[in-house]
Design a protein around this ligand. Structure first.
Ligand SMILES: [Ca+2]
Length: 157
């Protein structure tokens, strides 16, 4: 029965070929629900105010909400006597800051540390909203407010 044999042979060949065909795995859909900030750079601050008598400001930043509540406290890691020539100055956060809500406006608030001599001077606040980065799902942003400029880099997840 050569015809049956041929048909069976063809069948086996076809089955073998289709078994060899690899289905390309579908890559997992990227997740863009949340954002964590890994690093903040102070690009520029105002020097029109003389922040400290006889020396440059001792700079740190907080992340604050609209009411001024401190969400990320950088006051313990200020940099002493920062001249304009030392900017931009980059901080890598010891642990990434998870932005609570991508649709809420938060602030990078830049200070001159004066404690314990007097209250810290607010140099300026720069507002940001993570949803503004959603066009192109940027992971870095530079934001300027008046004479103050910051940038941050982070990760979507
Ligand atoms: Ca001061």
């Amino acid at each position: 029965m050569p015809k049956v044999f041929n048909a069976m042979f063809l069948f086996i060949v076809l089955v073998s070929f289709s078994a060899c065909k690899k289905s390309s795995p579908t890559p997992p859909a990227p997740t863009y629900n949340n954002f964590k900030i890994n690093a903040v750079t102070i690009g520029q601050i105002s020097y029109s105010t003389s922040w400290d008598i006889g020396s440059d400001p001792d700079v740190y930043f907080n992340i604050e909400d609209a009411s001024g509540a401190v969400l990320y406290d950088g006051s313990t890691t200020y940099i002493t006597d920062v001249p304009s020539s030392q900017l931009p100055f980059a901080w890598t956060l010891s642990s990434p800051y998870i932005v609570p809500n991508t649709t809420t406006t938060y602030y990078v608030a830049i200070y001159d540390a004066d404690t314990p001599f007097s209250a810290d001077d607010l140099i300026g606040k720069v507002a940001f909203k993570i949803d503004d980065l959603k066009t192109g799902y940027l992971t870095t942003a530079t934001i300027t407010s008046g004479t103050n400029s910051i940038s941050f880099t982070g990760t979507w997840y």
